[in-house]
Design a protein around this ligand. Structure first.
Ligand code: ZN
Length: 109
């Protein structure tokens, strides 16, 4: 048990974490659990939630991206047909915001 891990476990317990009755699958050590995340006090591994979220995130991001891209397509068609200058400006603003969001999401990956 390293000092750093003990400290972290103590902090987690102070923040409302609970001790897990099931031992660590890697070293059979004691684990503390907070917000669905289990931390082993002996080896420091956090197997539970991490793996699941890493697997799910890319799929989610790409489907959101697709939604944005579809929206972008329909917006550019709208812009083509729009004669009102003010409405054109509004559509352009929305397109800009969408593009910025897509860029941000791509930068994260
Ligand atoms: Zn362990």
């Amino acid at each position: 048990m390293t000092e750093e891990l003990t400290k972290k476990a103590a902090e987690m317990l102070l923040q409302g974490a609970t001790l897990l009755s099931e031992p660590c699958p890697y070293c059979a050590g004691v684990r503390v659990m907070k917000e669905g995340q289990a931390l082993c006090i002996s080896c420091g591994k956090q197997p539970e939630k991490k793996e699941i979220s890493v697997e799910n995130q890319p799929n989610e991001a790409s489907s959101i991206e697709k939604t944005f891209e579809k929206k972008l397509e329909s917006l550019s068609k709208e812009l083509e047909q729009e004669k009102d200058h003010e409405k054109q400006q509004n559509i352009l603003k929305t397109i800009n915001t969408l593009l910025e969001t897509i860029e941000k999401m791509k930068g994260k990956q």
